[in-house]
Design a binder for this molecule. Structure first.
Ligand SMILES: *[C@@H]1O[C@H](CO)[C@@H](O)[C@H](O)[C@H]1NC(C)=O
Ligand SMILES: *[C@@H]1O[C@H](CO)[C@@H](O)[C@H](O)[C@H]1NC(C)=O
Ligand SMILES: *[C@@H]1O[C@H](CO)[C@@H](O)[C@H](O)[C@H]1NC(C)=O
Ligand SMILES: *[C@@H]1O[C@H](CO)[C@@H](O)[C@H](O)[C@H]1NC(C)=O
Ligand SMILES: *[C@@H]1O[C@H](CO)[C@@H](O)[C@H](O)[C@H]1NC(C)=O
Ligand SMILES: *[C@@H]1O[C@H](CO)[C@@H](O)[C@H](O)[C@H]1NC(C)=O
Length: 463
């Protein structure tokens, strides 16, 4: 199963499967019965080529909706890099049913700026992730700044879900480390940080106020300048939105200037800064959250206004995948590597790797998925899918080896004498009955007083 070959999306009861195997044509399958193909056609020509025929061209997508007249359709929004035999559409909206002149998989929005543009082929977009939040769709990708400059930078772009002209499409550069050493996104994941990580993020002063249930974008990066290492950086979605609004507002109302510095440009147009205005009313960015035909677009932040995450989690080798879960209020990152491992990292003020899973040797694909009960993780490589449990507490049979795991999922269940998740330990709500592994403390029974007691008598025992 090739990473680039497959794009899987879930909508209600339909599974969309796309692959380079069929020149990028997609099919629809029944999610309750994936063997059942509901739709596949290779006679509709170019319009049904959603993915790329080239394996090196990565495709990402999310389900969204599109309204027309009184109708509301499920569509999927696709971000795709440029392959030499493909259309130049960076972003497209694909319908999943026949409607009027449209057939399944038709690209139903024409927005020349991000679809038929001479710049597109020079930017070498590499889409890595797409997600939806609060009425917006986001894409995470790297690209260059044009022909002269072949250096890669990472961006997150955002647009409104039902934006039929892509007027709200805006790109924000993401820097990882203060020097942006880690410049090329490889994989990303959105999750709540949980209380402990949220507190650390807030205290660090780098991320603004972060709460346990906020969404945070976790991104792994490689470094073009130093291919021997990679890093993971975190960006609260709230901070991404706030910075995007600043950039958009600068262009709509302040000639593109923030703090006396030019903050914004138009990556897909030859007219550059003159596109921003100074005489429109001040609250245009608020009033036109999804842009409008008369407002400038698409916009991108200049590097000086990139959103920067200053203290990345750095590792030797390449981290090619990321997924994050929260257990006991603590965030755990599962980081896939180019050498086929999945590193387990307890994200705290000082992130600590406490374990590894699966070591098969093949690069872990960027899509790591939890099952619906969050008990298992699906790890995919070029050749196979492996399902591994998120924890294996029960393998440890005494308190010390349980505690030595330093695994946020595990703890020593005193009354049962077992290493378990908290939810699997009876009476774990009582004090000192379940000893959380990362706390590194076993309760030892040093001495009894009195040393023995008849089981027929009731007396106070001191330990
Ligand atoms: C999908 O599969 C389920 C279970 O086999 C079946 O009940 C349902 O009718 C199928 N849906 C379609 C659209 O064929
Ligand atoms: C269309 O459907 C989506 C998803 O079901 C929903 O979120 C959205 O509000 C609907 N839009 C309209 C205009 O009905
Ligand atoms: C940018 O990334 C591409 C792969 O997407 C790579 O081939 C190229 O060498 C990178 N550019 C630089 C300057 O390292
Ligand atoms: C603009 O400058 C102020 C004061 O130096 C600073 O607090 C603020 O973060 C700057 N804005 C941006 C978007 O960099
Ligand atoms: C982001 O990184 C680039 C170098 O890649 C640098 O020029 C720019 O100033 C950085 N932006 C911020 C806000 O640190
Ligand atoms: C129990 O303790 C008593 C003293 O309290 C002692 O005399 C007796 O030998 C102990 N019995 C055993 C089986 O240890």
């Amino acid at each position: 199963m090739m990473e680039q070959r497959w794009l899987w999306l879930f909508a209600l009861d339909v599974l969309v499967v796309c692959g380079s195997v069929f020149r990028g044509i997609c099919s629809l399958r029944n999610l309750s019965n994936v063997e059942q193909q509901l739709y596949f056609s290779d006679t509709k020509g170019e319009k049904s080529y959603v993915a790329s025929a080239e394996e090196s061209v990565s495709v990402v997508g999310v389900m969204s909706y599109f309204t027309k007249d009184k109708d509301n359709f499920t569509v999927f929004l696709v971000g795709k890099g440029y392959g030499s035999h493909d259309s130049t559409k960076l972003i497209s909206t694909r319908i999943l049913q026949d409607y009027g002149d449209w057939v399944v998989f038709d690209s139903i929005i024409e927005a020349s700026a991000v679809q038929a543009n001479p710049f597109v082929l020079r930017y070498l977009h590499d889409f890595r992730f797409a997600f939806k939040d609060g009425g917006f769709v986001y894409f995470v990708f790297s690209r260059t700044l044009g022909v002269q400059d072949t250096k890669n930078f990472t961006f997150v772009s955002r647009m409104c879900e039902d934006d039929q002209g892509y007027y709200s499409y805006t790109e924000l550069q993401l820097n990882c480390s203060t020097t942006n050493k880690y410049n090329k996104a490889q994989a990303a994941y959105v999750a709540a940080p949980g209380q402990a990580l949220a507190d650390h993020m807030t205290k660090s002063g780098q991320y603004g106020a972060v709460s346990a249930s906020d969404k945070v974008l976790f991104v792994t990066f490689t470094s073009d300048e130093d291919p021997s290492t990679s890093a993971m950086c975190m960006y609260p979605v709230r901070s991404i939105n706030a910075r995007l609004v600043k950039i958009i507002d600068a262009c709509y109302s302040h000639s593109g200037i923030i703090n006396d510095t030019s903050a914004v440009y138009s990556p897909y147009s030859s007219k550059s800064e003159e596109l921003c205005s100074s005489n429109s009313p001040k609250n245009m960015a608020e009033r036109y959250k999804c842009g409008a035909e008369f407002l400038p677009s698409p916009l991108a932040s200049k590097a000086e206004f990139a959103l920067t995450a200053g203290s990345p989690f750095v590792r030797k080798g390449h981290m090619t995948a990321v997924a994050v879960a929260v257990e006991m209020g603590h965030a755990v990152a599962f980081l896939g590597t180019a050498t086929g491992e999945v590193l387990k990292v307890h994200l705290s003020a000082h992130p600590e790797m406490y374990g590894r899973a699966s070591s098969e040797g093949d690069k872990v694909n960027k899509n790591l998925l939890f099952d619906s009960s969050l008990q298992h993780l699906y790890i995919t490589t070029e050749k196979k899918i492996t399902k591994v449990p998120v924890q294996a507490c029960h393998m440890k049979t005494d308190c010390h080896s349980c505690i030595n795991l330093k695994d946020p999922y595990c703890g020593w269940c005193v009354l049962e004498g077992k290493c378990t998740r908290k939810e699997d330990c009876r009476r774990s709500e009582e004090e000192n009955t379940w000893l959380w592994s990362p706390n590194q403390q076993c309760v030892e029974i040093k001495a009894f007083n009195p040393p023995n007691l008849s089981c027929k008598k009731t007396r106070q025992v001191r330990m």
